[in-house]
Design a binder for this molecule. Structure first.
Ligand SMILES: Cc1ncc(COP(=O)(O)O)c(C=O)c1O
Length: 434
């Protein structure tokens, strides 16, 4: 190793120590963010090291991250992407591949999803000319149920794509069972739920494909990033092709003839022996991440278990601290699940003697950050009003979420003192208004 690199990285470690915040918590002054990256000295050093080595594109660190993350998640393959939204786009698009022959999804086919959630769980359905079929969710778990999904299955249904809400698993075993019985594809949007389990099994391992986000708010971060998980090698190959410009070849950048048949293919109407590196079997994208991102992912991955424990501990402490508070629906884990929580949702009872806006303002004035449950009812947003879709049942709870729900943080950087301050602030507000 270069002596200059050693010196540079030593300086980075010193810089890290010099710039550490003092860690003092001043109630009402210190920001209590709802979410954020938790980055330590090893993360900073890994980032600088990757930059020093100018690993500016996808390469060995990306491959290493993919194989370690796949192993950690109990899947055979992980494909790193530049965001969770890109992972969702790849996952949905994979099911339109001609390689799936009769099972491929075609424009007009229907995909069951939920109305209350994050837009890019739903967008890839529309972007592929498919029709989202929206079902409602429950208050408290913020997930839909297998019964609601079953009721939405019709002759055109071909797939189900649902996110585990704020880390809380939906009834994924039952929904996977429904998918199997009706020959439907299942995508788990696991962007907010890395480390959650249902029936003791990790979420992200039930569906044909699952997606993850590595945006700073999430359980692990690379700044921007995401991945698609699967144990189905045929689907993995489709995802990789779509991610990498649509190419047919699977050589890594820098490799040239791994299959030893580079000039021996004939595909489409191309001339015999056309360079396989430039044969395109899908109308693809370039949604790769870089090795600089992957270097950060690798150091973050070492801390995943501690992050998940901290999220669970913080959620439990806040839940206990708010037990019995009137006029609020407190969150609850889906039965048989152990969530790796993303956030802590609160719904103000529509009959409460105060409004959500008043409680949110009170908390925000105390520097307690709040967020909406993402889009709330997506069908009410300008982007979706004219987009083709179908609704099965009503969206009463999605509307209540739009009007009455918000969430606060449980991410690992929050301390017991902060969590207690959030709980006592909510209690103080409700006691004064109740
Ligand atoms: C459920 C869900 N899916 C997808 C995404 C998109 O992830 P990204 O921001 O990495 O594109 C998010 C983002 O927070 C999300 O919450």
């Amino acid at each position: 190793m270069s002596v200059h690199k050693d010196i540079a990285l030593d300086e980075v470690r010193k810089f890290h120590q010099d710039t550490l915040p003092d860690g003092r918590f001043v109630p009402g002054t210190t920001e209590i963010w709802p979410a954020g990256a938790v980055l330590d000295e090893s993360d900073r050093t890994a980032l600088v090291e990757a930059a020093l080595e100018m690993r500016i594109a996808a390469g060995p660190s990306s491959r290493k991250f993919e194989s370690r993350f796949a192993r950690k998640m109990g899947r055979r393959k992980a494909h790193l992407t530049n965001s969770g939204s890109s992972a969702n786009l790849l996952a949905m698009t994979a099911f339109t591949s001609h390689l799936l022959e009769d099972r491929r999804l075609r424009p007009g086919d229907e995909v069951i999803t939920v109305a209350a959630g994050f837009p890019t769980t739903v967008n890839p359905i529309i972007q592929n000319g498919l029709i989202p079929v929206f079902v409602d969710v429950e208050l408290g778990t913020y997930n839909t149920t297998a019964a609601r999904v079953a009721a939405a299955i019709g002759p055109k249904t071909r797939a189900i794509m649902i996110a585990h809400a704020l880390g809380n698993p939906f009834e994924v075993a039952e929904i996977a069972q429904l998918a199997e019985e009706h020959d439907l594809f299942l995508i788990e949007d696991n962007c907010d739920a890395v480390g959650s389990t249902y029936d003791g099994q990790l979420t992200g391992t039930f569906g044909d494909l699952a997606t993850v986000s590595f945006y700073p708010a999430h359980h692990l971060t690379m700044g921007e990033g995401g991945c698609v998980l699967t144990s189905n090698l045929a689907l993995a190959r489709i995802v990789e092709s779509l991610r990498d410009w649509g190419r047919d070849c699977w050589c890594e950048p820098g490799e040239t003839n791994k299959c030893l048949k580079r000039f021996k293919y004939q595909m489409g109407t191309l001339p015999e022996g056309y360079d396989h590196k430039y044969i395109f079997s899908h109308v693809g994208y370039n949604l790769k991440a870089t090795d600089i991102q992957a270097a950060l992912g690798l150091t973050q991955l070492e801390k995943l278990d501690t992050f998940v424990d901290a999220r669970r501990r913080n959620w439990r402490r806040l839940r206990d601290g708010l037990e019995g508070v009137p006029h609020l629906v407190l969150p609850r884990a889906t039965e048989r699940s152990d969530p790796s929580w993303f956030g802590f949702a609160l719904t103000v009872d529509p009959e409460a003697p105060f409004k959500r806006a008043e409680l949110v303002d009170f908390l925000e004035d105390r520097k307690i950050g709040t967020r909406r449950l993402f889009a709330g009812n997506l069908t009410r947003h300008p982007a979706y009003i004219d987009a083709p879709h179908r609704v099965v049942g009503d969206l009463t709870n999605s509307d209540i979420i739009t009007e009455q729900t918000f969430w606060v943080g449980v991410y690992p950087a929050l301390t017991d003192e902060m969590i207690d301050y959030v709980a006592s602030s909510v209690r103080e507000f409700v006691a004064a208004r109740g």
